[in-house]
Design a protein around this ligand. Structure first.
Ligand code: Q0Z
Length: 287
């Protein structure tokens, strides 16, 4: 009789609880958002897929950076974590020109202070991945900031260390994913400090909710790419002519089933583990 968890925060699709002074419980729901709106229909097991993927990457990147995961719970969707002092920046890495990076490039020729070559096209692979920090907006969208602004927020030493860690994690994940037919276009990490002052990887990592996954099959620069996981949902929502403001539409069964299958496919391709084996024993991803 010990785990009376206190709810401390809600994300769009996740909940955070305090277990005690040192430990948090991060619970991934089956909710899905599209065009920034959480839909009323769940995708069964989505939270388990994301939690399993995070735990898989945490186990494989401990040599690059320590992480906050203490224990995966048997439900497959909850992680007991070390409580960290989170940095006030989102550590974004981009290997391809898309999203707000593409928008900023078109407007200014730069992304977060990185001046890029002229004539790049949408979804083009960058010559090297770039670290493009953002502020944590509590409402609406994270805002891209320059290296100088990020450096002022966390200090020059932590900035340099965060950039090194984020780039190393992205390169590891992107290389792994590429051999399994998935392009990791960009991704966002959250880093925090442990009581000893060591930088630790927190939150979720290299999941489809914290990254853009594209099918490598059919990739073509010069246009937007389909999302590996959410494309059925986006296509369905577009077909309705929905105005993309809350409330979102309910999803029909075939869209739910197709989307669940894509999440499970991403999990199985990336981990090489049958999703049923994960459900039977979540620790399989950590071995
Ligand atoms: C993560 C978030 C939410 C899910 C705080 N290890 C940690 N130490 C301290 N803080 C955090 C973590 Cl992971 C932390 N978030 C983001 C919010 C649900 C994740 F409501 N916020």
């Amino acid at each position: 009789m010990s785990e009376a968890a206190t709810h401390v925060a809600s994300g769009k699709v996740r909940e955070l609880y305090a277990l005690d002074e040192e430990r948090l419980l991060l619970v991934a729901s089956d909710r899905i958002s599209t065009f920034d709106v959480v839909l009323p229909t769940d995708i069964p097991d989505k939270g388990r897929v994301l939690t399993g993927l995070s735990a898989f990457w945490f186990a494989r990147t401990t040599e690059l950076v320590p992480n906050h995961l203490l224990q995966l719970r048997a439900d497959g969707r909850s992680m007991e974590c070390r409580r960290l002092e989170m940095l006030p920046i989102e550590c974004v890495v981009r290997g391809y020109l898309t999203g707000s990076g593409w928008k900023d490039y078109v407007a200014t020729g730069e992304v977060c202070g990185h001046r890029l070559a002229e004539g790049l096209v949408e979804s083009q692979q960058l010559p090297e991945p770039i670290f493009t920090p953002a502020t944590k907006a509590h409402t609406g969208h994270d805002e891209n900031i320059t290296r100088e602004q990020a450096s002022e927020l966390v200090g020059a030493d932590l900035f340099a260390e965060a950039e090194r860690i984020a780039l190393a994690l992205y390169r590891y994940g992107a290389e792994w994913a590429a051999t399994r037919g998935i392009i990791l276009a960009d991704t966002k990490f959250e880093l925090g400090l442990d009581p000893e002052g060591t930088l630790v990887l927190g939150d979720e990592a290299l999941t489809p909710d914290s990254s853009r996954f594209w099918p490598a099959d059919g990739y073509e620069a010069g246009r937007g790419q389909p999302s590996f996981d959410k494309q059925f949902v986006r296509d369905y929502c577009e077909s309705l002519g929905w105005g993309k403001t809350a409330p979102g539409p309910e999803l029909p069964d075939d869209v739910v089933a197709g989307t669940r299958a894509r999440y499970v496919e991403a999990f199985e391709r990336l981990t090489g583990i049958a999703f049923d084996d994960y459900l039977a024993d979540p620790e399989v991803v950590s071995r």
